[in-house]
Design a binder for this molecule. Structure first.
Ligand code: ARG
Length: 274
C-alpha cells in the first residue's frame, strides 16, 4: 500500500515527447515541438513543484509513446487504487500497460474499466469535495463515469464538453479546494454550466486565457501552477488568497497539454474529500 508523507506527483520526462499524430485541434505535425525547449520547460515545471513542497516521482519515458509525458491520463487515483485509462485513440493505447506496471510496482491496486467504455483518467475525472466531476463526449464516455462512480460509491456529475479545443475536462475546469474551482464556461453545454454553479466559489476564466490552458493548473495547497500568459487568472487567484506561479509551457500546448496534464497527484488532490 503506498504511503505518502507530502504532496506527491507523478511526472514523465519528455525524452520522447513530440507531435507525431493529430488527435486534437492543437496538434499539427507540421508544427513540431523543440526538444531542448520542451525539456527546459518540463524541468522548470518540476522544479517549481518541488519548491512548493511536492515530492515528484518519475515514470521512465518510452520511445514511440510521445504522450506518455501527460501522466494525468494514466488513470484516476482513488485511495490505493488507480482506475487505468482506456484511451479513445489507438495512438495512445500503448501507454496503458506501461502505466499499469508503474502503479503495480508503486503498490497501487490497478483496475480497468470493462470494455467498451473509453476513459482518459484525471484528464476527464476530477474530484471537488466528495463529488466526481466528469467530462464526457470528446474522449471519455458518460457510461464510463457512471461505472466508476458506482464502483467507488461516490456522487458523479457528468459534464458534456462541447468545444473540441477543450477536449479533456482538465483543459477547462480545475478544482482548487473542496468548495472552489476555476472554469471556462464556453467549453460546456448549458446544462453543465448550470450544474457547475453548485460549487460555492466558481471563478471564470476569459477565453483568451483558457486558450492558453489557464485552467490546466496544478494545485498544491494554496499554490497554483500554470502556463505563463494568463495575467487575469493570476490576479483573480491572488485576490482569492491563492499563490499563482506561471511558467512557460508552450511546447506542450502544441500537443494540447499544459501544467496539469503533465502531472498526476498520487496522494489525492487537495480539492478531493474521499
Ligand atoms: N496530445 C495529448 C492528447 O491529445 C495531450 C493530452 C493532454 N492531457 C490532458 N490531461 N488534458 O491526448
Amino acid at each position: 500500500m503506498p504511503d505518502f508523507e507530502q504532496p506527491t506527483i507523478l511526472m514523465c520526462p519528455p525524452d520522447f515527447f513530440g507531435i507525431e499524430y493529430e488527435i486534437n485541434p492543437w496538434m499539427d505535425r507540421t508544427k513540431p515541438s523543440d526538444h531542448a525547449t520542451a525539456t527546459a520547460q518540463w524541468n522548470a515545471l518540476r522544479d517549481i513543484l518541488i519548491s512548493i513542497g511536492a515530492d515528484v516521482r518519475l515514470m521512465e519515458p518510452v520511445p514511440g509513446l510521445p504522450d506518455l509525458v501527460f501522466t494525468a491520463n494514466a488513470g484516476l487515483v482513488w485511495k490505493e487504487t488507480i482506475y487505468l485509462s482506456s484511451f479513445r485513440h489507438a495512438a495512445r493505447q500503448g501507454e496503458t500497460p506501461v502505466d499499469d506496471a508503474w502503479f503495480q510496482a508503486a503498490g497501487f491496486a490497478t483496475k480497468s474499466l470493462p470494455v467498451p467504455h473509453n476513459f482518459e483518467g484525471a484528464g476527464d475525472a476530477l474530484f471537488c469535495g466528495d463529488t466526481l466531476y466528469a467530462g464526457y463526449l470528446i474522449r471519455s464516455d458518460a457510461s464510463a463515469m457512471h461505472w466508476l462512480a458506482a464502483d467507488m460509491g461516490c456522487r458523479v456529475i457528468p459534464l458534456q464538453l462541447t468545444d473540441t479545443r477543450f477536449y479533456h475536462l482538465d483543459t477547462c475546469f480545475c478544482p482548487l479546494d473542496p468548495t472552489s474551482a476555476i472554469y471556462f464556461p464556453g467549453a460546456f453545454d448549458s446544462y453543465a454550466q448550470q450544474t457547475l454553479k453548485q460549487i460555492p466559489r466558481l471563478i471564470p476564466v476569459v477565453e483568451a486565457e483558457a486558450a492558453r490552458f489557464a485552467c490546466n493548473a496544478v494545485v498544491v495547497g494554496q499554490h497554483v501552477v500554470m502556463n505563463s500568459g494568463c495575467p487575469q487568472l493570476e490576479a483573480d487567484l491572488a485576490s482569492h488568497g491563492f499563490i499563482p506561479h506561471a511558467t512557460p509551457l508552450d511546447e506542450f500546448l502544441k500537443s494540447g497539454g499544459s501544467a496539469k496534464c503533465l502531472t498526476l497527484r498520487l496522494d489525492g488532490e487537495d480539492a478531493a474529500v474521499w
